[in-house]
Design a protein around this ligand. Structure first.
Ligand code: SAM
Ligand code: SF4
Length: 350
């Protein structure tokens, strides 16, 4: 448990800081940081995380499909799922923009033992996709990306990922000036394809995405718009879940909102983030220098427990509850941007 009584549950492991898209709300780096973790170090890290009671691994980036050892990593981690002790990995999930998910790749990932895929797509028109993905080629480029992501959802389904069991989801970051007009189109696409749509409030992570409170399309606004079109019934929040959830009254599946700006979930947050170069962060809104470099703990001369002990020490002193504190300090519940520098989103892995 950390200092707020929160158990360690989820590891978001970034496999690369690079991306094949350039979403303006994320602004990925053009170069990989030096000193990337090796495949074997990543496996050791997940072992240590599971030994401490962690149960869910989310592979992210940058764009994780750019990581050449992705399938090998997933395959090597399968034994942690089949462990007989209570310390067992329950699930390996992937967050991807989907552009590189061919039919073959989806099959390979399923065969390697991947359990879930969340796709990110922020619009259903070529123009909106081009804008939200930072594409240089205008509408034509937007149409190509849109077609690829929609095809990727079908490749995942055919490879055996079952949306009815939550194994395929769709994430969309919504901004007031960028894609507010895409809300109904995205909901319609998700309803047609039978996948849960997770709308994400634009977050002030990083220092270069031009975030301002006015740019945030709030959970309330998004849900009202969709409810007006397709009535919704609220559902309970999952323990440690990041989402507010609804069910379409007409039986067409689920809708979620990740409202980390207007409805923070710090009190329940069980996530550890590790970057591609092995820096551990215990909050998405962390300052760059608060990352703890895990690489020295892989030194074989320190013994196999060093990494586990290091992670335990880090988690035990964790205090972060940035989003909630920000809300508490503002009596009118409005938000403003922090003056502190932030680690970048594509580096942290979302
Ligand atoms: N490239 C992959 C993708 O886009 O799914 C994985 C990495 S991306 C950093 C992980 C998630 O973070 C994506 O769903 C993305 O939409 C979300 N994200 C990035 N920047 C964000 C921001 N400023 N506010 C809210 N969500 C953001
Ligand atoms: Fe790339 Fe994902 Fe960031 Fe978009 S959100 S730039 S797809 S890492």
């Amino acid at each position: 448990m950390d200092t707020q009584g929160r158990p360690l549950g989820v590891l978001r492991l970034s496999l690369t800081a690079l991306c094949n898209l350039a979403c303006p709300y994320c602004c990925p780096d053009a170069l990989e940081p030096p000193g990337l973790l090796t495949l074997s170090q990543r496996v050791q890290l997940v072992e240590a995380f599971v030994a401490l009671g962690g149960h869910t691994l989310r592979l992210t980036g940058g764009e994780p499909l750019l990581y050449p050892d992705l399938e090998a990593l997933i395959r090597e981690l399968q034994r942690l799922k089949h462990a007989s002790s209570s310390a067992r990995l329950r699930e390996i999930a992937l967050t991807t923009n989907g552009v590189l998910l061919s039919e073959q790749r989806a099959i390979q990932l399923r065969e390697a033992g991947l359990d879930r895929i969340t796709f990110s797509l922020d619009g259903t028109t070529a123009e909106a996709v081009a804008r939200m993905a930072g594409l240089k080629g205008g509408d034509a480029a937007g149409q190509i990306v849109l077609n690829k992501v929609v095809a990727a959802i079908e490749h995942a389904r055919h490879a055996g990922f079952d949306p009815d069991r939550g194994q395929i989801k769709l994430n969309a970051v919504m901004t007031r000036s960028g894609n507010a007009d895409q809300l109904l189109g995205l909901a319609s696409l998700a309803r047609q394809r039978g996948v849960e749509l997770r709308l994400i409030e634009f977050m002030d992570v990083g220092n270069r995405n031009g975030w301002s409170p006015e740019g945030v399309l709030t959970a309330d606004e998004m849900v009202k718009t969709i409810d007006h079109h397709w009535p919704l019934d609220p559902l309970d929040r999952h323990p440690h879940g990041t989402t507010l959830r609804w069910r379409y009254r007409d039986g067409h599946g689920l809708l979620s909102v990740i409202a980390s700006i207007t409805s923070p979930f710090c009190g329940d947050c069980n996530r550890l983030r590790v970057t591609a170069d092995g820096k551990a962060y215990t909050c998405l809104f962390a300052t760059p220098e608060s990352g703890i470099d895990l690489k020295p703990l892989f030194d074989a001369s320190l013994g196999s427990g060093a990494l586990r002990d290091g992670l335990l020490a880090l988690w035990s002193r964790r205090q972060d509850r940035y989003s909630e504190e920000r809300m508490e300090h503002r009596s009118d519940h409005s938000v403003e941007q922090s003056a502190e520098p932030r680690a970048e989103m594509a580096y942290l892995g979302g």
